[in-house]
Design a protein around this ligand. Sequence first.
Ligand code: RFL
Ligand code: PHB
Length: 390
Amino acid sequence: MKTQVGIIGGGPSGLLLSQILHLQGIESVVLERQSRDYVLGRIRAGVLEQGTVEMLRDAHVGDRMDREGLVHDGFHMAFGGQIKRIDLEGLTGGKTVMVYGQTEVTRDLYDARDQIGGVVIDEADDVTPHDIDTDSPYLTFHREGNAERLGCDFIAACDGFHGVGRQSMPKDVLKIYERVYPFGWLGVLSETRPVDEELIYANHERGFALCSMRSPKLSRYYVQCALDEDLNEWSDDRFWEELKLRLPEDAAARLETGPSIEKSIAPLRSFVAEPMSHGRMFLAGDAAHIVPPTGAKGLNLAASDVYYLSRALIEQYKTGDESRLRDYSKTALSRVWKAERFSWSMTMLMHKFPDQGEFGAKMQQAELDYLTSSSAAMTAMAENYVGLPF
Ligand code: RFL
Ligand code: PHB
């Protein structure tokens, strides 16, 4: 098989890249290790920045999002018995975010790829990039036990944190920056009415909590938990009790509880691999970087990588000018590090750290008090939350 761009990974990064390239007449093949049901069963991010929303519309995958997604023009921060609102729209001159699940984004992208004849090969095993620093790289893989080869001009590694793309870059060109946090998030999805119309991020002495949603009938809640927490010890009742303890009283009182339809634990990590390209292979999304979910940036950062990479590839194919491709890593990393900084600072501000002590807790309270009473500080928070420009 031959194509122009060989894409490893059929998550949001890989699918969006192939869709954008297709609309510009550039061919690609997506190789995904998992089955489609598995990919569509993953519950992950929920908040889309305005720039991501516009990219999805431009890629002709925005219709259902515009019908079913919830536009949010603010969110709440709860701490020390108070609850304060961050007016995203007012502080950013009209910008908002869209609450629409990553699961739905992925489904819309698969539907769009299928509709216009995009090639996505599911259950592709042992995908391996070869000759990435030559002019004719290729990918090998197994499909139903048969060995296959895909020749291409460029490889996009959109294969997530555990993917093969980053791992096949020479060790001596890669520099890894990493912080692992001493806690995780226990998340629950339930068919209950969200406790509030807007998201609530809570800093509490028992640990962080977040009230989010997927629709007016589907809630997504998280509580900070230990890294070695056993999911089996978290009955639904225990989860709801713990969440209530961490929320402001009136929110706890109106919290609608019910059976969970998904429950999982995610570790929190900050991670960046530099550079994001080598020869003719380019990393995008979680393949190159991870943020802790506190700032809701993971999926949005994947989208901005795809923005830069798709433009660079389009320019290369339309004009032969390779300068944007050469600069891709530098351009993407500049935005990546700013989102890393925001996600790290929100994580530090909102969670209970094992070694923070009483002084650390006081510092968090003072910072939250300042943040929610200074229009300068709130503006900086809002500007980052709706997403920095790309
Ligand atoms: P993905 O979504 O991980 O997709 C990568 C795809 O590549 C496939 N793959 C391979 N395919 C072929 N060959 C191989 N060797 C392969 N190795 C892997 C995988 O099966 C997969 O389909 O990366 P992508 O596209 O870059 O998208 C990034 C986002 O998924 C990610 O940033 C966010 O979901 C992060 N994240 C969250 N972000 C938020 O903004 N808010 C959240 O609440 C939030 N929750 C989460 C998350 C990530 C989680 N992970 C990674 C476990 C919760 C979890 C549990
Ligand atoms: C979610 O709805 O899953 C979600 C929302 C906001 C975050 C993280 C996760 O910061």
